[in-house]
Design a protein around this ligand. Structure first.
Ligand code: ATP
Ligand code: MG
Length: 613
């Protein structure tokens, strides 16, 4: 161990002499309490160390010893369901040790060393070894499995670092501990149940795959308008209180990922408390079991050390990649990357670096890129398929999207869910703007959606176009009022309202509508667009708008029914939607018939198909 002395302290940045031979990014233990830090710069004999714990009371001359290894996380069964801080200290275990206020230097292993796990060797592999076949210890080779929770089977694999000898031993089925050896190679290497991996280095995979599978979130504005892919990247920028956290919670609860990693970085403690109190009680709609059985939480709230916040997102992605490598789809929520960038800014300032835009360091874009580039859908080393999707909240000061974090983030993400202050004020949630948001995955996921409903792309484009038209009309209405518009344009205003209320708005507190299955999502939009097209045809034939708005089904105006179907009709209740569809069609048929003569006798269907039917 290399030992140096603290020469200068500036908050979380400590300079120590005598560490010139330490490696960049080596972990250093500082002072009597042995608080953890990382070498982030080397200048001749001096190391600049960023410490991850509160260093109040640390004195000049204190010891600083390098451990000679980079900051790493422990990977193995037991991660799921645990709450960690930014450097993978298990908070519950620390709470038991030292109470609610974590002491600096408090230590607890990331994974419980005494917990027994039921190991089941890979039967094919065991068979081969029993017959004396040579099996290469290739990285990614599945040695066996451990049932980690009811929802997650943890695969124990040959880690990427091994020197590719042949397997010489595989233990039989039975209970194993964290550090027990499960296999050996003829080169004398041992493979324990758990392994370490440096957080700043992406874990290898065999091949990148195209992001053509959507990450279904059950939120219509996302899934239909601005879809995210498995392995994709998305940003949720929004001013104070516009719903970033709520949107991330909704996605975490309902998306079809197998594992969720929720990184609370730099947000208020009470938001983390919400997650901690809410998630264990939430039921995973697919397995019917607690959501915590597939969730890992990383909490680094605003009152915790800033350096640990900086590293928390790397800790999060490394854990995600570990499960990706087993063939799982993992979704990461980071709330908020702006607080993370602020940590970077504070550390950079303490190091007296030359600031770039708004005081952020010049390497802010590089760091953001390094984070988002670790997302992706891949062929794993074991030959399976896994993905890491990243959804980062961005909180631009004053809701101004031209600030550096939002702008740089935009360069590295492909899905932009812009939260709109006016929508949030109008309590239109999720306040995702249909004008400012975009998704570059729409074309890639189209084939998947068209298997659910062939109308997905058509209905989506029609609705987006209609909303754009409505935006232009709204300007005119502001100047001269709606009465001056012709009926076909007023119909656009009417239908735009239905799309907003009946499709885009989705209340996270509504028992039925908090989650919407893919089939229902497209059906709802299809019904609204059919209503629009057919009403437009009637208006062209001379029907006044007032007659269209007066159309009813079961004595309730169609426009109201269309706006309420989302919460009136349960997710699987296709029959109710079909029943409504029939009622809507017969109301429209009747209106069409009564104005038919005006248009020379051709019905809507006839004109559409080009002849009488
Ligand atoms: N989908 C939703 N359904 C119902 N209410 C919502 C929804 N999204 C947001 N809200 C309302 O908006 C409030 C603020 O949301 P949230 O805390 O997510 O905002 P935020 O952008 O994370 O704020 P901050 O900048 O403070 O972190 C919530 O308490 C809730 O009342
Ligand atoms: Mg928030």
């Amino acid at each position: 161990m290399l030992e140096g002395r603290v020469r200068r302290i500036s908050g979380p940045i400590v300079r120590a002499t005598g560490l010139g031979e330490a490696g960049l990014f080596d972990v250093v233990e500082v002072g009597e309490k042995r608080i953890i830090g990382e070498v982030i710069r080397l200048e001749r004999d001096e190391a600049v160390i960023q410490v991850y714990e509160d260093d109040t009371g640390l004195q000049i001359g204190a010891s600083a010893s390098s451990t000679g290894r980079p900051l790493s996380v422990m990977l193995g069964p037991g991660l799921i369901g645990t709450i960690y801080d930014g450097i993978q200290r298990p908070l519950e275990a620390l709470f038991k040790q030292s109470g609610a206020f974590m002491a600096s230097g408090a230590r607890e292993d990331p994974l419980d060393g005494k917990k027994k796990w039921p190991f089941v060797p890979n039967p094919e592999l065991a068979e081969k070894l029993a017959h004396g076949e040579t099996v290469k210890a290739a990285p990614g080779l599945v040695l066996g499995t451990v049932k980690e929770t009811e929802s997650i089977i943890c695969k124990i694999m040959v880690p990427p670092g091994i020197q590719r000898g042949n397997l010489s031993e595989l233990i039989p089925a039975g209970d194993v501990l964290r550090d027990d050896i499960v296999a050996r190679t003829d080169l004398g290497e041992t493979i324990p149940l758990s392994q370490w991996w440096p957080v700043r280095i992406p874990r290898p995979s065999a091949e990148r795959l195209s992001p053509d599978q959507p990450l279904v979130t059950g939120q219509r504005v996302i899934d239909v308008f601005f879809p995210l892919s498995k392995g994709g990247t998305a940003a949720i920028p929004g001013g104070f209180g516009t719903g970033k956290t709520m949107t991330q919670h909704a996605v975490a609860k309902w998306c079809d990922a197998d594992v969720i990693i929720y990184i609370g970085c730099g947000e208020r403690g009470n938001e983390m408390t919400d997650v901690l109190t809410e998630f264990p009680h939430l039921i995973d709609p697919r397995s019917g079991r607690s959501l915590m059985e597939r969730t890992i939480l990383i909490a680094n709230t605003s009152n915790m050390p800033v350096a640990a916040r900086e590293v928390s997102i790397y800790t999060g992605v490394t854990l995600a990649e570990f499960y990706r490598d087993m063939g799982y789809h993992v979704a990461i929520m980071a709330d908020s990357t702006s607080r993370w960038a602020e940590a970077l800014r504070e550390l950079s300032g303490r190091m007296e670096e030359m600031p770039a835009e708004e005081g952020f360091p010049a390497y802010l874009p590089t760091r953001l890129a390094e984070f988002y580039e670790r997302a992706g859908r891949v062929r794993t080393l074991s030959g399976g398929e896994g993905s890491v999707s990243i959804i980062g909240a961005v909180s631009p000061p004053g809701g101004d999207f031209s600030e550096p974090v939002t702008q740089h983030t935009k360069r590295f993400i492909r899905c932009f869910w812009a939260l709109d202050r006016d929508l949030a004020n109008a309590r239109h949630y999720p306040a995702i703007s249909w004008i400012d948001s975009y998704s570059e995955y729409a074309e890639e996921v189209q084939p998947w959606w068209e298997k659910v409903n062939a109308q997905w792309a058509v209905a989506r484009q029609q609705a987006l176009d209609l909303l754009k038209k409505e935006q232009r009309l709204a300007e005119i209405v502001r100047l001269i009022g709606p009465d001056a518009l012709p009926d076909d344009q007023r119909l656009i205003l009417l239908v735009a309202d239905i799309i907003k209320n009946g499709f885009l708005q989705q209340n996270s507190f509504d028992d039925v509508d908090m989650y919407c299955v893919p089939a229902k999502q497209v059906r709802l939009l299809e019904l609204i667009m059919e209503f629009y097209e057919r009403s437009q045809a009637c208006i062209k034939q001379g029907a006044p708008l007032i007659k269209v708005s007066a159309l009813t089904a079961a004595a309730v105006p169609l426009r109201e029914r269309l706006s309420r179907l989302k919460s009136e009709v349960k997710n699987e209740d296709d029959a109710a939607l079909t029943e409504f569809e029939q009622a809507m069609r017969s109301a429209l048929d009747e209106l069409e018939r009564s104005y038919r003569s005006n248009a020379g006798g051709a019905s809507f269907k006839e004109r559409r198909t080009g002849g009488p039917i």
